[in-house]
Design a protein around this ligand. Structure first.
Ligand code: C2O
Ligand code: CU
Length: 469
């Protein structure tokens, strides 16, 4: 909370230059983000560039439906897990203790870390058995919003509540981008008695579609309220941690300015009427709320076409309420929003074909290059090699494709970089379409995983490995 305050104070001098009186500095309403504050963890290490924390994977109960206790799986008792807040260049030491009845691991989604810290059981570490612990130690080279989740029975474990955000702040960033709030988007499926839905409910048909929980959550809450002062910029950093659900978001009467994505800031801002986040993806956006004091604007979830059955008869839902308080304020001028990013040099880059599909027959098995994960032969890449991957989706449902440990750049149909440039680790491959990406492996050898981030699909076989050596 201290840091939140520091940011607010840093913001003040810019407000002065706009002719506000000393007694009425424009700032967000009191307790503006109170319903959305995520728990944070005490830093157990005195060194300023080391963040040392303890995470406990443990069962707990949450009240999702008022009056009903839902037993969930959590990090440190909360859903989502604590916000891990660090700055670029820090070393993260995470003592992880497994208090669950099943083995688990933590995968640090998007972080360029050493292979041994990637959290993939059997490939990068043995799973952490119940009652056991594991220490993850690695540095955080790149600013941006990341997240953490298990990599054992991912659909079940993440679907039971195990996920949290990891924000790596950029200490060199202008302080007046906008008052920041982290929004962890997810959903949860409950039975009538309030217990978690059976992860196998609906059988193969539900696996094929990907199970979406019927309750959408923002920072673990249903339709929480975020307050705003009209005219004052806010910065929303969003992550889609849902196991299958895509989020297409609309704030009526407002546009978003997208300034960042998976791998931190993008080359140049993009104005957006709506935001789309496939599972695993992040967005960093600025917006200037406007409207009459005491009015409320719903943030709406709009069904996104990710294939058969994804939009038919599905209502729009309000998932958060933006409540305007106070008289309209005049904001500071927008700071520079660009970032220098160079396109990868694709001369001589090896082409790699990746086909996402479904095996014939029952039970349902999903494949990459005709093999489910348990039969797959790893792809190969050399240290410092650049490759162009063509990911072909032969199915009637879209797949968000995620590569561990490395960022990539999206290419268009002509294999030219998509502008403005940005670093990504998860990309939506629409149904019956192909996407091209360029990736440059560096000097971090090992078995790196890639998979569909619809976790039901990953668990049904849509995972593979690339051996970098
Ligand atoms: Cu968030 Cu293997 O993924
Ligand atoms: Cu998929």
């Amino acid at each position: 909370m201290l840091k939140q305050h520091q940011r607010l104070i840093a913001f003040v001098p810019f407000a002065f230059t706009l002719g506000c009186t000393e007694t009425e500095l424009p700032r967000q309403p009191d307790n503006w983000n109170q319903e959305l504050i995520l728990p944070t963890l005490p830093d157990q290490n005195a060194a300023s560039n080391i963040l040392e924390i303890s995470l406990q994977a443990i069962e707990a109960t949450q009240e999702i439906v008022p009056g009903t206790a839902t037993p969930v799986w959590t990090y440190n008792g909360t859903l989502p897990g604590p916000l891990i807040r660090a700055k670029a260049g820090d070393t993260l030491i995470a003592h992880v203790e497994n208090q669950l009845p099943d083995p688990t691991t933590i995968h640090w989604h998007g972080i360029r870390l050493p292979n041994s810290m990637d959290g993939v059981p059997e490939h990068t570490q043995p799973a952490i058995e119940p009652g056991q612990s594991f220490d993850y130690i690695f540095s955080l080279p790149d600013p941006g919003l990341y997240w953490y989740h298990p990599h054992v029975d991912s659909a079940i474990q993440a679907g039971s509540g195990l996920y949290g955000a990891l924000w790596v702040e950029d200490p060199t960033e202008p302080a007046d981008l906008g008052d920041p709030v982290i929004l962890v988007l997810s959903d949860i499926g409950l039975r009538e008695d309030g217990t978690l839905s059976d992860p196998a409910s609906g059988g193969d048909t539900a696996t094929l579609f990907g199970r979406e929980g019927q309750y959408i959550l923002v920072n673990g809450k249903r339709n929480p309220t975020l307050k705003a002062r009209p005219g004052l910029r806010q910065r929303w950093l969003l992550v889609n941690t849902a196991k299958s659900r895509y989020f297409q978001l609309d704030l009526p009467g407002h546009d978003f300015t997208r300034i960042g994505g998976d791998g931190g800031r993008i080359q140049a801002p993009i104005p957006k009427a709506t935001l789309v986040l496939a599972p695993g993806e992040r967005a960093d956006v600025l917006l200037t709320p406007s409207g009459a004091p005491n009015s409320e604007i719903p943030l709406r979830w709009i069904p996104f076409d990710r294939g058969y059955g994804s939009t038919e008869f599905r209502p729009i839902e309000d998932i958060m309420t933006l409540r305007l308080e106070g008289e309209a304020a005049v904001d500071s001028a927008m700071p520079g929003l660009g970032r220098e990013i160079n396109p990868l040099n694709l001369e001589g880059a090896a082409p790699v074909h990746i086909q996402l599909g479904q095996a014939e027959g029952a039970p349902l098995v999903l494949t990459i290059n005709d093999k489910p994960s348990w039969d797959a032969t790893p792809l190969q890449a050399g240290l410092h090699e650049t490759q162009v991957w063509t990911i072909e989706n032969t199915m009637s449902w879209s797949h968000p494709f995620h590569l561990h440990g490395y960022f990539f750049q999206a290419l268009d149909d002509q294999k030219q970089p998509v502008m403005p440039l940005e670093w990504k680790d998860t990309i939506d491959v629409p149904y019956q379409k192909s996407r091209h990406i360029a990736v440059r492996f560096d000097d971090r050898p090992g078995m790196w995983m890639f998979h569909c981030h619809i976790l039901d699909h990953a668990d049904a076989g849509m995972m593979g490995m690339v051996l970098v050596q």
